[in-house]
Design a protein around this ligand. Structure first.
Ligand SMILES: *Cc1c(COP(=O)(O)O)cnc(C)c1O
Length: 477
């Protein structure tokens, strides 16, 4: 498919207004560009077709089942999009006088209260723009806390080897040393390894629970206590809250700080690189260090002398908080736990179905997601997790996450989410079975998959190492 720049032709365009009949105002020289912007000139219908064609090449939750583990690609009610589009929320400016946006400030406060209740935290802040950004913010809170007590030898963050890759990355960015501890055979934290790792240099622990293999760690209270007793703090990676919201709370599990991906669990669609919100919550002891939010509702800048400062401009991505608020208001307190129950039910239902051919990597009921290993299929038939994922695309579904978590060989990580029907889950299981049969009879056919998509197998390594992010104009001419 040609880029829009290649489709442009000099002289084409779609100006609707007649030429200007008033004199042009001269701008001050500095912001005036020296070379005109190289924008493509196209007729309106060509532009429209271009973007429609692009949309057809993508696969989203509106196209079909999207069980991408650790990503929560669930359906987000359209109502919340409409509410976020209301002009009272959309057409405002962060610098306009506070008395003109009291409703919006109230909304931020309302959402913070709901999320504090859901997480069991004492304070909530919406500045971080992504989950990883929330992690960094939370760890900077840890750092500020230890510093405020002159406890400066605490330089290490403990991270289990099953953790999401952003955890060690955030810890390193916050200036900590990362201590990796192995998981036990059950996928949970190895208590002996944790006990051996903690000490006077422990700043904290980062954990996801349910963890990245979809298991709720039964020793969670003991884990957080081990860290607390050693003088460290506990950070909860709450990017995917679907399994627990309304059922158990990180605050009650012994965690001191948490981030939530509002763009996963709270009705903002994600995956296309759009704006996010990694809301950070914390217990009282960390609240004085929270980013300056500027809402004035939590005391504002003047009363936060110990704040770590701003991590993003103004209030963060406000419209995402609007969606989350609308979502929580439409569900109500009674229905929020239904999200968790259905997310867990759907995952266990699908796991039980496909278990007949694809054994789960870890035994026992799962939470909102589960992991299977295709190691045997790879060894006996040469069908890798990648081959399998590509073949699933030909069956009209988005593949699960592959090769994550790193501790499972040929991993497929499946997160059906609570918004899928039983029929969809049954159909997905059928696709898994059909591919199992195909792997027995014609394993080599997998290497050609996918056959039905516009792009088959891009060169992942080249895309990562030599990304072409700019159009080469001279080439086009
Ligand atoms: C998605 C995810 C993150 C990172 O969130 P981003 O918004 O992509 O930065 C962190 N931890 C877990 C467990 C996740 O699933």
């Amino acid at each position: 498919m040609k880029l829009i720049f290649e489709k442009g032709k000099k002289g084409r365009g779609c100006s609707i207004l007649p030429p200007s009949d008033v004199p042009e105002a001269k701008l001050v020289s500095s912001p005036v560009r020296k070379i005109p912007a190289k924008l493509p000139s196209l007729d309106e219908n060509e532009i429209s077709r271009h973007y429609s064609a692009l949309a057809k090449r993508a696969f989203g939750v509106n196209d079909g089942f999207y069980p991408l583990g650790s990503c929560t690609m669930k359906y987000n009610p359209k109502l919340n999009e409409e509410i976020a589009g209301l002009s009272g929320f959309r057409d405002i400016h962060p610098l306009q006088p506070a008395h003109t946006v009291q409703g919006c400030l109230k909304l931020l406060d309302t959402c913070a209260a709901y999320l504090r209740e859901i997480t069991g935290m004492d304070a909530m802040n919406f500045q971080p723009a992504a989950g990883a950004h929330g992690e960094l913010t939370g760890l900077l809170l840890f750092k500020a806390y230890h510093r405020s007590r002159s406890d400066v030898a605490r330089t290490k963050i403990i991270v289990p080897d099953s953790a999401h890759g952003t955890n060690p990355a955030s810890a390193a960015m916050a200036g900590f040393q990362v201590v990796n501890i192995p998981s036990g055979k059950d996928g949970c934290v190895d208590l002996a390894a944790l006990k051996a790792a903690v000490g006077p240099d422990t700043a904290g622990l980062m954990l996801t629970n349910p963890n990245t293999v979809g298991i709720f760690d039964p020793n969670i209270l003991e884990i957080t206590e081990i860290v607390h007793k050693a003088g460290g703090l506990n950070y909860y990676d709450g990017a995917n809250l679907n399994a627990i919201m309304g059922i158990v709370r990180p605050g009650d599990m012994g965690f001191d700080a948490v981030h939530l991906n509002l763009h996963k669990s709270f009705s903002t669609p994600h995956g296309g690189g759009g704006p996010g919100c990694g809301a950070v919550g914390c217990k009282k002891l960390l609240a004085p260090f929270l980013p300056l939010s500027g809402t004035g509702l939590d005391g504002g800048a003047a009363n936060q002398p110990q704040s770590i400062g701003r991590v993003r401009a103004f209030y963060g991505n406000f419209l995402i908080v609007v969606r989350a608020t609308a979502y929580l208001l439409t569900l109500g307190k009674e229905t929020v736990p239904e999200i968790a129950r259905n997310a867990v039910l759907n995952a266990n239902y699908l796991m039980e179905l496909i278990n007949k051919k694809y054994p789960a990597a870890y035994a026992g009921p799962c939470m909102h997601e589960f992991v299977i290993s295709l190691d045997e299929l790879k060894n006996t038939k040469g069908v890798s997790a990648l081959d399998f994922a590509k073949a699933l695309q030909d069956r009209g579904m988005h593949p699960p996450t592959i090769y994550f978590p790193l501790i499972v060989h040929e991993a497929l990580m499946v997160e059906p989410t609570e918004t899928e029907s039983r029929e969809t889950l049954d159909a997905a299981a059928e696709a898994f079975f059909a591919l199992f049969a195909q792997a027995q009879s014609a394993p080599e056919s997998f290497h050609a998959a996918p056959l039905s998509t516009v792009i088959g197998r891009p060169d992942d390594v080249k895309a990562a190492r030599q990304p072409v992010l700019r159009f080469n104009y001279t080439q086009a001419s």
